[in-house]
Design a binder for this molecule. Structure first.
Ligand SMILES: [Zn+2]
Length: 450
């Protein structure tokens, strides 16, 4: 990146770190340089530098958000999203790092592909892009991919997943769990028993019976999670459960943690707020994998996130071009966008309801995902506390703002947001990546490129 871009000093005047008392947060030379009493001489002391004072009165300062589960679609489906558009959307949503899922074309199952994704992400400059490596060659679920080569590559892969598909073969799953121990990696499982979900279109329950759509039973998710936590215990490895969606899944993870098994779990914003009732309109915008569940499941995942059973919120941002979603339900692709609405949904469901503090939000949307992805150390560390000397990855959010979501004005290249026309709280005002503004006044900073 150019020295001109990094020499600017930002004084975030009156910002409230983690929702606490207002301070002046000074970002200089890529780090949090000073945390001073607000309205004092912090800006003056920096005179001579290129100093920009940002009025952050009443804004909550969070460590830059980290997404463990993003689909950037490049290479292969640039009609849905590119690394450039997806990471711009991430910055707009308050993120400073994303993990890019491996189900691209070609699949990210070699050192060559993960390095390509990593380089394009770095050159785009919006957020740090950490490629996820495929567990199996071509996501075919048969042969282990080159996990070691991807770990040793410039992309330094630590998270491995066949996401979109489940590693259903228990022998392959066991080998993957054993293999990643060598470099402190983690297997992130998309828990979906394939035989129990053949042709499945939505959650199996009252609504699917009424609509006559093939159902996707909770047990198809829970059976894989139960198997995998036992496998992780057996081989002494680290397991991450992607987008857990049922009350039973929460119970299994809670049991596993109580037993000391090294398992972490994520929930998506949409599973925190939407239910399978939405399928009644046959609008494929609401078709997603895993499917939207019942109100009881929504309550269970909220409770699991509140009590720490669920470690993180991850977006599962899944952009699709209009032609793949604007069709009949059965033919439509699974997935919905999420990078630009994730923080708002967490605020609505968890903060404004009193179940999480802003400090908790920093934990589930920054510190924990960074730690699970092993990107929390070194010069490009993410998920660090807002303290002097730490990398200046900062998100400023206005919790009092309200906005009506409009997919056509978002930075993502796709419009399949499930929140179209819905009013949500909060607005990301600014995002800083190692002291460089990627978003200011709520808009991406276009000269972000190196
Ligand atoms: Zn998935």
């Amino acid at each position: 990146m150019s020295s001109a871009a990094t020499s600017t000093t930002y004084v975030l005047r009156g910002a409230r770190p983690l929702g606490g008392e207002p301070v002046d947060l000074v970002l200089a030379d890529g780090v949090v340089a000073e945390i001073a009493p607000t309205g004092g001489s912090a800006a003056g002391r920096r005179a001579g530098d290129d100093v920009v004072v940002v009025d952050a009165t009443d804004l909550v300062a969070l460590p830059g958000l980290v997404d463990l589960h993003t689909h950037l679609r490049e290479p292969g489906r640039e009609d849905a999203e590119t690394i450039e558009s997806g990471t711009r959307a991430a910055a707009a949503g308050g993120f400073t790092a994303v993990h890019a899922m491996a189900n691209t074309t070609p699949v990210a199952d070699t050192a060559g592909v993960v390095e390509q994704v990593w380089r394009i992400g770095r050159d785009a400059g919006w957020v740090d892009v950490h490629p996820v490596g495929a567990v199996s060659v071509g996501l075919a679920g048969e042969q282990l991919a080159e996990l070691g080569a991807m770990a040793d590559s410039a992309a330094r892969v630590r998270v491995f997943s066949d996401d979109g598909k489940c590693v259903s073969d228990p022998i392959l799953m066991r080998r993957a769990l054993e293999y990643v121990k060598a470099f402190d990696g983690v297997v992130a499982q998309h828990a979906q028993e394939p035989r129990l979900t053949e042709g499945a279109q939505m959650n199996e329950g009252v609504v699917s019976a009424e609509l006559g759509l093939a159902g996707w039973p909770a047990v198809a998710e829970e059976a894989i999670i139960a198997r995998d936590v036992l496998l992780a215990e057996h081989v002494g490895s680290r397991l991450h459960v992607c987008h857990l969606s049922t009350a039973g899944s929460v119970e299994i993870v809670r049991w596993a943690k109580g037993r000391g098994i090294d398992v972490t779990a994520e929930v998506t914003p949409h599973h925190l707020i939407l239910t399978d009732d939405l399928a009644r309109g046959y609008d494929p915008t609401f078709k997603v994998n895993p499917p939207l569940r019942t109100a009881a499941d929504v309550e269970a995942v909220r409770a699991g996130l509140a009590d720490g059973t669920i470690d993180i919120v991850a977006t599962d941002h899944a952009p699709h071009p209009v032609e793949d979603k604007d069709c009949e339900w059965a033919a439509a692709a699974f997935g919905m966008t999420g990078l630009e609405t994730a923080l708002a949904v967490v605020q609505e469901t968890m903060v404004d309801t009193g179940r999480l503090t802003w400090a908790d939000v920093a934990r589930v949307l920054s510190a924990n995902p960074a730690r699970i992805g092993r990107i929390d150390t070194g010069p490009t560390a993410q998920g660090r506390p807002l303290e002097v000397g730490e990398p200046a990855n900062v998100t400023l959010v206005d919790p009092a703002a309200r906005r009506v979501v409009d997919g056509s004005t978002q930075a993502t290249a796709s419009v399949n947001t499930p929140f179209q026309g819905r009013e949500l709280p909060g607005r990301v005002v600014a995002t800083f990546l190692r002291g460089r503004a990627t978003v200011l006044d709520g808009a991406p900073v276009e000269e972000v490129r190196a």
